[in-house]
Design a protein around this ligand. Structure first.
Ligand SMILES: C[S@@+](CC[C@H](N)C(=O)[O-])C[C@H]1O[C@@H](n2cnc3c(N)ncnc32)[C@H](O)[C@@H]1O
Length: 374
């Protein structure tokens, strides 16, 4: 198992190799072999771009929770996204959930309890990294030269089909399938011709970077972890935990729109896609928390939660940015709803906001609301 420092070096080395490979094809074999002989590269849970991910706030979140909630055994991260907050408490029993299947697949990799063969994963990844795919497939027919080059689309489609076939034939188990898909999703994220999400791709952007899959650095997990792919308002009716962490979307930007392509790959149902960004139908994946029903949904959620502590991340963007970036829950409503459940304290840390440049917000504050339930 590599150290964190080594892992970081391998990750960046692989990105550089990937860039070089595309511009100097004569180096392809030599550099490529060299990389794979170093057992490819390792990546960790946070080596991924994701809107609203809490990686940079991890220390603030962990310290505040540890100080305020004392000793606890079960931690639930129920709008988990990448799972970066759940990963702070990997010594606990975890309950992890997200409405997107692409996130659930990654949670199976990082927090799953099914046994998997590391050797098998390594040999699949080595094979995938040495592929040259000529034939067309769902990916190349629908996405060529948009978010990825045609060559990369052929490779992505081939790999995803191969994972599915091997799972259906019983050659890999569900966790191994998820690990291979996770490796593919993280590798796609590194070279996607986007600014981090799939609402749009860059015209005249860089398409020639090579797709190189890495091996996830997976830690030991509590054998009683539970992972779900549910709407949170349904889920809280049948789970409970000592500490439940909530990090809902803040604004009208739907995650299923931003990550439709990763969701499409993870599900692999090969739906029809439409529009410039080639999105599939996402009706069943829309979140109430991005709409004007957010307050009602939040009230229902808090009423039904069974926990000793509820920890909520929410920034202070209400009515400060443009319409799209305005927060859907007001502070007054958050406080009213949480206070009906118990004693509330608020902690904050200044944090640079994600901004497309359209709203003129340079900085905002990320807050943690901690409610000790009665
Ligand atoms: C702000 S992000 C969470 C980021 C996460 N804390 C991290 O560090 O990566 C909100 C997440 O909530 C998920 N989500 C939105 N509505 C949901 C719902 N009704 N039930 C479950 N998950 C939902 C989205 O898919 C998204 O991944």
């Amino acid at each position: 198992m590599p150290t964190k420092e080594q892992e970081k070096k391998n990750y960046y080395a692989a990105s550089i190799v990937s860039k070089r490979l595309s511009s100097k094809s004569s180096l392809r074999l030599i550099v490529s072999n060299n990389t794979h002989n170093q057992s490819s590269y390792y990546f960790s849970i946070n080596n991924r771009r994701y809107l609203g991910n809490k990686y940079k706030l991890n220390e603030f979140i962990r310290n505040t929770i540890e100080k305020e909630c004392g000793y606890f055994e079960t931690f639930a991260d129920l709008f988990a996204g990448t799972g970066s907050v759940a990963s702070l408490f990997q010594d606990k029993r975890l309950i992890v959930n997200d409405i997107l299947y692409s996130n659930y697949v990654c949670h199976q990799t990082w927090f799953g309890i099914e046994k998997y063969s590391k050797n098998k994963i390594e040999s699949y990844i080595k094979r995938y990294n040495n592929l040259s795919v000529k034939s067309e497939n769902y990916m190349s027919k629908n996405f060529a030269d948009t978010f990825f080059s045609k060559t990369n689309c052929k490779k992505i489609g081939f790999i995803r089909n191969d994972i599915e076939e091997n799972f259906n034939n019983g050659n890999i188990n569900f966790r191994e399938k998820c690990i291979l898909i996770t490796s593919l999703l993280y590798a796609m994220d590194k070279i996607a011709n986007t600014c981090g999400h799939y609402d749009a791709y860059r015209r005249n952007g860089e398409l020639d970077r090579e797709l190189i899959l890495g091996i996830p650095s997976i830690q030991a997990n509590n054998s009683k972890n539970e992972l779900y792919n549910e709407d949170i308002n349904n889920l809280v009716k049948f789970v409970s935990a000592d500490v439940i962490y909530l990090d809902p979307p803040y604004n009208s930007r739907q995650y299923c729109d931003a990550y439709h392509l990763l969701e499409n790959i993870a599900r692999w149902e090969k739906p029809e896609v439409y529009g410039v960004a080639k999105k599939m139908d996402r009706t069943s994946l829309k979140s109430n928390y991005c709409t004007n029903n957010a307050t009602q949904a939040f009230e229902d959620l808090i009423e039904n939660i069974k926990a000793k502590y509820i920890v909520l991340s929410y920034n202070n963007m209400a009515n400060k940015g443009n319409d799209r970036s305005n927060a859907k829950l007001s502070d007054d409503n958050i406080m009213r709803i949480l206070k009906a459940k118990g004693k509330v304290k608020v902690f904050s840390q200044d944090y640079k906001a994600f901004s497309t440049g359209k709203s003129n917000i340079a900085e905002n504050a990320e807050r943690l609301f901690i409610c000790q339930c009665c």
